[in-house]
Design a binder for this molecule. Structure first.
Ligand SMILES: C[S@@+](CC[C@H](N)C(=O)[O-])C[C@H]1O[C@@H](n2cnc3c(N)ncnc32)[C@H](O)[C@@H]1O
Length: 193
């Protein structure tokens, strides 16, 4: 998947123009502080959400044109939104985060890249830190659709973080973007120290 090309061609079908409703709801109900990473932040909506909730957030995205779009949408957050590869994060990001907010970064990745995603989280989230995800549970592809998003089940999520993480919360949210109702799952994982 060439993400940069998608942004250059304005084929950003995943962009809903607003922060994830379940993530918004979670942060309303669970005040948090600390350095926060939003991997695959795209247009930066979840970075803006995190900062609104008092988190010291950094958005990371591999696509320079995506980062430029996020910076232009949220100019006051421009310094917080950076180009980079979650799979090979720069040394400054290693162990630097108390919280990672996941929203449609994982589901956009080919299943063969899931171990690299996990490694990226391991490298950036400090032991004891929280991985708060709105995981896009999409067990079957629609006919004719090749992904992204790729098929991703609750079982696959459990398997990906089976070792080294404890599940602190796990539920199907009661508010979602339209078309994603019942296909999202909030799961909060704590990295074991
Ligand atoms: C499906 S989009 C979701 C964007 C955003 N989270 C949203 O909900 O609108 C996936 C994003 O992950 C980014 N991405 C893919 N692989 C990445 C990597 N290895 N490191 C950082 N970002 C990556 C893509 O450029 C893209 O912006």
């Amino acid at each position: 998947m060439n993400w940069e090309e998608k942004y250059q061609n304005d084929e950003v079908f995943w962009n809903r123009g607003a922060p994830s409703p379940p993530l918004s709801d979670y942060l309303e109900r669970h005040p948090l502080r600390g350095r926060t990473l939003v991997p695959g932040c795209g247009h930066g909506h979840e970075v803006a959400l995190a900062v609104k909730h008092g988190l010291d957030a950094t958005g990371l995205d591999i696509a320079p044109t995506g980062v430029a779009a996020a910076r232009s949408l949220y100019p006051h957050l421009a310094d917080r939104i950076i180009v980079g590869d979650l799979f090979n994060p720069i040394a400054d990001l290693h162990g630097a985060f108390d919280v990672v907010l996941e929203h449609t970064c994982m589901s956009g990745l080919h299943p063969a890249l899931r171990p690299s995603y996990r490694r990226g989280i391991d490298l950036t989230l400090r032991p004891g830190g929280l991985l708060i995800g709105v995981w896009f549970i999409n067990p079957d592809l629609d006919p004719g659709h090749e992904g992204p998003p790729f098929p991703f089940s609750v079982a696959a999520l459990t398997e990906l973080f089976a070792d080294g993480y404890a599940i602190l919360a796990d539920y199907v949210p009661d508010q979602s973007f339209s078309g994603r109702e019942g296909r999202e799952r909030v799961r909060v994982l704590q990295r074991l120290g």
